[in-house]
Design a protein around this ligand. Structure first.
Ligand SMILES: [Fe+2]
Ligand SMILES: [Fe+2]
Length: 387
């Protein structure tokens, strides 16, 4: 992970030599640490913003200096420039973008912090920048490719960070599969909804979030408050930024634990009354929770995960969306429905030592809602349609 370095005056983050855009105006300044003392960093600018940097110059930097740095306040410009770095594999770009997203999520989940409107808007704006860059990299990826990329990306100590980023990536990919002509703005909305879906968890004590020893009813009920907490944060922070409809983000945050059959929480909303983006997020949330290894339970293979999710179709998850999701996972031998299932009460955000799989005894009818038509090409909002 790019290390974030703080001085009294300015913050910098380190960047690799191979992640600097060459041959065009550099949209950020480059610094080096000229101090040899570990605790006394002294940053010196070696390349001005707006001047092109060429390979020869970069090589000479590489011979002289150990590490390059960019100002934290220019992280957004740095992220945007990654897409122009020639010959850089998508995986490496995604790794840097993920690191940046983690920096912002870390600020969000900083328990010491009291959220002023300004801080919340700033941090969410950083999250938006990371999602925008991620959209540039993965917008043509199918879900299978996204899953492989996620499996290869490094993961971190705090599960919620990795999980939020993974969900964001699946949301982008599923929304694109649903609507191949989606605008970048729509994809960013889908990705930002995914990245922020568990925002309300910042108000849940970490020991409850990470408890592997089972939760008391009271703790379980506390976790269940996170959709409401998240919604309140967005409302009270008056979060707004150009190009993002926070009414939609708010609904993802508030409705991602609603089940398709109306057995979810907080409001037992059912079917298409759950916002499309929240139904997309629910599938991404479910899939990531059971395919990602957590410290206390093993991950299912993609094949097993899909066949177990298939059992929840029409109950927990939207049938039509799941069909699209499933058909977008390539190179996987689909097993059909498993003889195991997860109960409707299974909660992707609950810590489990062992996934609470149950053997299916009664043959269930396919849900009637499966046959219902819907226009999946639009993101519906309360006030206006985002085409
Ligand atoms: Fe959640
Ligand atoms: Fe989640």
């Amino acid at each position: 992970m790019n290390e974030q370095t703080k001085t009294d005056r300015m913050s910098f983050f380190s960047v690799s030599f191979d992640l600097v855009v060459l041959g065009k105006e550099l949209p950020y300044e480059l610094y080096v640490n000229s101090s040899t003392l570990k605790d006394r960093e002294r940053f010196v600018r070696i390349h001005a913003q707006g001047n092109p940097l060429y390979l020869e110059e970069l090589k000479s930097f590489q011979q002289k200096y150990h590490q390059l740095y960019v100002l934290e306040e220019q992280r957004d410009s740095y992220l945007r420039s990654l897409i122009d770095v020639k010959g850089l594999p998508d995986f490496k770009k995604a790794e840097v973008i993920k690191d940046s997203a983690i920096v912002y999520l870390n600020k969000l989940f900083d328990t010491e912090k009291v959220f002023s409107t300004e801080i919340l808007n700033d941090v969410i704006s950083g999250c938006r920048d990371s999602v925008e860059s991620m959209v540039d990299v993965i917008q043509d990826y199918d879900i299978g490719e996204v899953q492989k990329m996620i499996a290869d990306l490094s993961f971190h100590d705090f599960y919620t960070y990795d999980h939020s980023i993974n969900v964001s990536m699946y949301c982008i990919s599923l929304f694109k599969a649903l609507n191949p002509k989606a605008t970048k703005e729509d994809l960013v909305m889908a990705g930002l909804g995914g990245l922020l879906h568990d925002l309300g968890k910042i108000q849940i004590p970490t020991q409850i979030l990470n408890s592997a020893d089972g939760l008391s009813d009271e703790e379980f009920n506390t976790i269940k408050k996170h959709p409401g907490f998240g919604k309140e944060l967005i409302e009270s922070g008056h979060v707004q930024m150009p190009g993002i409809n926070f009414d939609v983000i708010k609904r993802v945050v508030y409705e991602h634990h609603e089940n398709y059959n109306g057995t979810g929480y907080p409001n037992k909303v059912k079917g298409d009354d759950i916002h499309l983006m929240a139904r997309i997020c629910a599938i991404a949330d479910f899939f990531d929770a059971i395919t990602t290894k957590r410290s206390y339970h093993e991950a299912l293979t993609v094949e097993d995960a899909l066949s177990i999710m298939e059992r929840s179709v029409g109950r927990k998850i939207d049938p039509k969306l799941f069909e699209i999701f499933k058909s977008n996972v390539n190179n996987v031998v689909l097993k059909g429905k498993s003889n195991k299932e997860l109960p409707d009460s299974f909660d992707p955000c609950m810590p489990h030592k062992v996934l609470p799989l149950e053997t299916v005894r009664v043959k269930k009818m396919d849900h009637e809602l499966f046959k219902k038509e819907e226009n999946y090409g639009k993101v519906k909002t309360d006030k206006k349609k985002v085409a």
